[in-house]
Design a protein around this ligand. Structure first.
Ligand code: HEC
Length: 210
């Protein structure tokens, strides 16, 4: 019966939630589940989004390049390879800077990310792939210091923390552009709407230069 299958899936999802409730670096997260309102104070413990352009919501903590090398060699190297040069599960996380206009592009945290804190947000949330959200904040800062050091973006004695991370100048920062095609900022029509596919006159793109 379909509904029974679904119950299994929901139970698995809830179990996963309970497991990560004890994850490192977060303190005790409250259990959440259906039918139980979540208080704002509890929600804060689950909100691990980083505001990546300025590092907003980066947690306290700090990590160095040598400490990050240790974390990397224990928890990342099996999939990402020696010195993040690429392993059995994923390609290089080093190099490619300046390759964005070439073919092939080499997309790495060093060459691609516009803001350094993206690496913190991603690693804390998703890595190591087999034990996501198991790293402490210090470990995430350290492994990020190691990866950005391998990319030549921070010196060997760099101390990675909420303040220093947000200040790293990422080489690809200027290459992201706002998508200003008309359909991305069209106002939502709620009544007397034109048929879908009709572009309002004011929003028509300017004629291409001759
Ligand atoms: C079990 C294998 C495995 C382990 C262990 C692992 N990773 Fe990953 N990692 C992956 C895979 C697979 C991806 C690609 C995921 C995707 O694209 O959805 C990935 C992606 C990444 C990315 C994104 C790279 C990019 O180009 O944006 C980063 C950064 C990363 N891992 C860092 C780490 C760090 C740091 C560790 C150790 C703390 C780690 N990983 C441990 C398998 C692993």
């Amino acid at each position: 019966m379909r509904s029974l299958d679904l119950t299994g899936v929901v139970a698995a999802a809830l179990l996963a939630g309970v497991v990560s409730a004890g994850a490192a670096g977060y303190g005790e997260r409250p259990e959440v589940g259906y039918g139980k309102p979540v208080a704002d104070a509890d929600l804060v413990l689950w909100n691990i989004d980083i505001h990546t352009p300025d590092g907003g919501n980066l947690p306290a903590g700090e990590g160095t390049v040598p400490a990050g090398k240790l974390v990397y060699e224990q928890k990342c190297v099996a999939c990402h390879g020696e010195k993040a040069a690429g392993g059995p599960m994923f390609g290089a996380m080093v190099g490619g800077i300046g390759s964005m206009t070439k073919s092939p592009r080499v997309l790495t945290p060093g060459s691609m990310y516009p803001y350094a804190p993206i690496l913190f947000d991603y690693v804390r949330r998703a890595m190591p792939l087999d034990a996501p959200q198991s790293l402490t904040s210090d470990e995430v800062y350290a492994v990020a210091a190691y990866i950005y050091n391998l990319n030549g973006l921070v010196p060997d004695d760099f101390k990675m923390n909420a303040q220093t991370m947000a200040r790293i100048e990422m080489p690809n920062r200027g290459a992201f552009v706002t998508d200003n095609r008309p359909d991305t900022h069209a106002e939502r029509c709620m009544s007397d709407c034109k048929p879908i596919g009709t572009v309002a006159d004011a929003a028509k793109p300017a004629a291409a230069p001759k």
